[in-house]
Design a protein around this ligand. Structure first.
Ligand SMILES: [Zn+2]
Length: 480
């Protein structure tokens, strides 16, 4: 059985391009053993004795990594408080590219980007495709350049091993869902429409690594910093530092994004032994690192992070504030409770109370409370009075396509939105918070398309939000 398992596993993981038969074989392998999710180390007799790391099974091409990463990197740059310190970004880029030069990417050229984030927590994350964000807290906590190289080497390894999209592949494989983004964002009406900036917040979906992923990133990261000339013991030292921090009042975010696989330090030490121990002249620190560390330590305090990307799953949202903030887009404006977060892109906006986005047991992020405004194209003549009804029906059908449990609970009826004819429809769907949710949909035809306002709350809590949703809708001003 052991031999069969490793043969199957090798046949599955040999190539990064999978054929249908690879896929079928991987299914077979999955039936044979759950160990596919484990780390596959093969000690190579040819090259030194370092552990060889096989990227987990992945449905996507590396180009998909770049695409998903790129979209979300744009959103991240808008939402995260960046250091706005060109010297720090340049330093991270120089150090990062020195590590990338030693990173085994199987010939894939990623569009590497490195950004300093003005966040004091000890964290760093990399989006698929090579978009790396390093908190100032990680730079400040590192004792020397080798330790910062260690945390970055760990992140770069997640990119090279394509762990983000592999996790998504696994989720999709399990669900049998079609379309990778459908698989990522599916699960509820809110989930479908949720802008990815919310869905993929730090600690969110694509950064939900398994413990096996973590061990791989630790081991490859150790190899990479060793090959780049750094003292590999810095990897273990940095983790010991993180571990010590967990005893404080704010355990580092890094450890929730990158769960400790257990015996982390021992595994790193073991790899250092395999590499033949640290080189006598291994690099530990640099004057550049010390200068940048002083510089970020002197940066002004970070601005408040948008609550929409704060961590989820910490109890129901607080009551909507009675004070309202203004939001305006090109085709409308509205007011929303000022304790809610907001995120937008060119086709829509999402307004979410704190903790309004939940992470399901499948690791997917979905909106359980809040409002989603969307502008979708319509077929036909916008001035025809029937267009509102047909476009609304089309929108509901589209939603049902990705949310099979979505049902109309009250047929569309006429309403006025800012004096213009609209339709009000009540829907029900599975709530990410458990049980059913109520979705109140208001639609109105605009010259640019069908403008929809989808108000979402769990059925049991809906009456607490009804008044707030009405107040928001009453505040809507449509552009003429
Ligand atoms: Zn990790």
């Amino acid at each position: 059985m052991g031999e069969l398992m490793s043969t199957l596993a090798r046949s599955v993981f040999r190539n990064s391009h999978h054929t249908t038969s690879d896929l079928r074989r991987s299914q077979a392998a999955k039936v044979w053993c759950g160990c596919l999710l484990g780390v596959l180390f093969t000690a190579s007799a040819v090259r030194a004795q370092r552990s060889e790391l096989k990227a987990p099974w992945n449905l996507d091409s590396p180009q998909a990594d770049v695409q998903v990463g790129n979209q979300n990197a744009d959103l991240m740059q808008k939402k995260l408080p960046l250091c706005n310190d060109p010297r720090a970004d340049q330093y991270l880029t120089t150090l990062g590219m020195r590590l990338v030069a030693k990173l085994p990417t199987k010939g894939v050229q990623y569009p590497w980007e490195f950004h300093c984030v003005n966040d004091k927590s000890i964290n760093a994350f990399a989006l698929p495709g090579g978009y790396v964000f390093v908190n100032r807290g990680a730079i400040e906590a590192a004792d020397n350049e080798a330790q910062l190289a260690a945390v970055m080497g760990h992140e770069l390894s997640h990119v090279a091993l394509r762990h983000g999209t592999a996790q998504a592949s696994k989720a999709q494989f399990t669900q049998g869902a079609a379309g990778i983004l459908g698989g990522l964002l599916g699960g509820s009406t809110g989930g479908q429409l949720l802008t990815q900036g919310v869905a993929l917040g730090a600690g969110g979906l694509l950064l939900h690594y398994s413990r096996a992923d973590e061990t791989q990133a630790d081991v490859m990261g150790t190899q990479v910093i060793y090959d780049a000339g750094y003292d590999p013991r810095a990897m273990a030292q940095f983790f010991e530092k993180l571990q010590a921090e967990t005893k404080g009042k704010n355990p580092p975010q890094f450890l929730s994004d990158h769960p400790n696989p257990g015996n982390r330090v021992e595994r790193v030490d073991q790899e250092i032994d395999k590499l033949g121990g640290p080189r006598p002249n291994a690099r530990k620190d640099s004057a550049e690192f010390e200068a940048i560390k002083r510089e970020v330590l002197a940066l002004p305090a970070p601005k408040k992070v948008a609550p929409a990307i704060a961590a989820a799953n910490s109890g129901p949202p607080p009551a909507p504030s009675g004070h309202y903030a203004e939001y305006s887009a090109s085709s409308y404006s509205l007011k929303y409770p000022d304790n809610w977060g907001q995120s937008d892109d060119k086709n829509g906006a999402t307004f979410v109370p704190p903790n309004g986005v939940l992470q399901g047991s499948d690791g997917q992020a979905a909106l359980a409370y809040g409002m989603i405004v969307d502008l979708s194209p319509i077929q036909g003549d916008a001035s025809n009075p029937d267009t509102l009804r047909t476009a609304t029906q089309q929108l509901i059908q589209n939603l049902q396509h990705t949310n099979p449990n979505l049902k109309i609970s009250r047929e569309s009826g006429p309403v006025k939105l800012n004096g213009q004819p609209g339709l009000s429809t009540y829907l029900s769907n599975d709530s990410p918070a458990g049980g059913q949710e109520t979705d109140w949909l208001i639609t109105v035809v605009q010259p640019q398309g069908l403008l929809s306002f989808l108000c979402v709350a769990p059925q049991g809590a809906y009456s607490d939000y009804d008044k707030t949703f009405s107040t928001i809708l009453d505040s809507v001003r449509l552009s003429k």
